[in-house]
Design a protein around this ligand. Structure first.
Ligand SMILES: [Zn+2]
Ligand SMILES: [Zn+2]
Length: 366
């Protein structure tokens, strides 16, 4: 589909998937002129999310090629529109998954615009002007100021990038569960899956003094969970006896696993009235047996990223507690290799593309 909107006159270098092979190659395209409510951002870094792979390969059947992925973006403001009050040139900023919402529904009005029915995402979405959105695998982005956040001075721009999706995805439900208040009572928190999302969930929980149990299928994750991330306990979900031994021990579980799995064994780990939040997104339905739900008065819920207000709050909190993602920085000519490794979960714990520092771009000294 071609851009038909007349004010898309800015030429940008980026990287795009052209078909369901998902292979990413250089792609030059147009972005809109900086409007009155827009800011223009020179992109420094962009994290690589599992969602990028699903879209690049058209796993969900909704991809509009060419696809420029990327929704974990950090950069520097280079231009602001006439109505922009929140930002000025030179500001360090971040952009996550949201590009546009309706601004009128109850969710938009109550700072829960991430649940707007008309939400449009940073890539593979349709912006207000009818154009297809292109994400952060590119040198420059034009974004409406409502969907941009400040990155605190104390956070490194590379390791902060994945907070914009991976970070907020676990922050929002944990905050909702009362775990991230200043005077939160210490709880027993379980984190299923130690990847991009899971490792940040462990960091948030530990920053607020909770007891953290990592639940994983890989024995190799135990040492890193305990030594590197400060987890208090580790359970192999492949060992029914070990799982049984932890029955009714947890108050809250964050389930970050995106492969299909039964929720039953994990629900058994919850105390009575405990909550399991699903943030991983298996594309097939998961087994949800009724007995562990009923006999433990337990709750299963979902959560989708977070609002812009929450995203800003999260970044402030990360700045204060020195919470960032553990990352591996790659150059733009390593994107395909990194996506292949990401598909195999072979990364600790997030790839971040050095957009500005890669060949064919100009360096930006911070
Ligand atoms: Zn993401
Ligand atoms: Zn709305």
């Amino acid at each position: 589909m071609a851009q038909t909107t007349p004010n898309h006159t800015q030429t940008v270098s980026g990287w795009a998937a052209r078909d369901s092979s998902g292979k990413i190659t250089p792609y030059v395209f147009k972005r809109r002129e900086n409007g009155d409510d827009d800011v223009t951002i020179e992109i420094l870094y962009c994290g690589m999310c599992h969602t990028d792979i699903h879209h690049a390969k058209n796993d969900w059947g909704i991809t509009m090629y060419p696809l420029v992925p990327g929704h974990e973006i950090t950069g520097i403001i280079t231009k602001v529109g006439a109505n922009v009050t929140k930002f000025k040139e030179g500001d360090k900023v971040g952009v996550g998954c949201l590009a546009a919402t309706c601004l009128e529904c109850e969710f938009c009005k109550e700072s829960q615009e991430n649940y707007c029915d008309k939400v449009q995402f940073t890539y593979n979405g349709i912006f207000w002007d009818g154009s297809i959105t292109y994400g952060g695998y590119s040198k420059m982005l034009v974004a409406d100021q409502r969907y941009v956040v400040h990155v605190p001075e104390s956070l490194p721009m590379d390791a902060a990038a994945p907070l914009l999706c991976a970070g907020i995805t676990v922050y929002s439900p944990m905050k909702d569960g009362g775990l991230l208040e200043k005077d939160s009572v210490a709880k027993r928190v379980g984190v299923i899956g130690l990847g991009g999302l899971g490792h940040v969930a462990v960091k948030f929980a530990k920053a607020f003094g909770h007891h953290v149990t990592v639940i994983s299928t890989s024995p190799s994750k135990e040492q890193e969970a305990r030594d590197r991330l400060g987890a208090d306990d580790f359970v192999l979900s492949t060992q029914p006896k070990a799982m049984l031994a932890k029955k009714r021990t947890l108050d809250f579980i964050v389930d970050t696993v995106s492969a299909k799995h039964s929720l039953g064994p994990f629900l058994e780990l919850l105390k009575v009235s405990g909550t399991l939040v699903v943030v991983g997104a298996p594309d097939k339905p998961m087994d949800l047996p009724s007995f562990p739900l009923i006999f433990g008065k337990r709750m299963v819920k979902g959560s989708l990223i977070g609002s812009m207000k929450e995203t800003q709050e999260m970044l402030e909190l990360c700045g204060k507690h020195n919470i960032t993602c553990d990352i591996e920085v790659v150059q733009t000519d390593e994107i395909n290799e990194a996506l292949d490794r990401l598909a195999k979960n072979d990364v600790k714990y997030r790839f971040v593309i050095d957009i500005a520092g890669s060949p064919n771009g100009h360096h930006h000294k911070l």
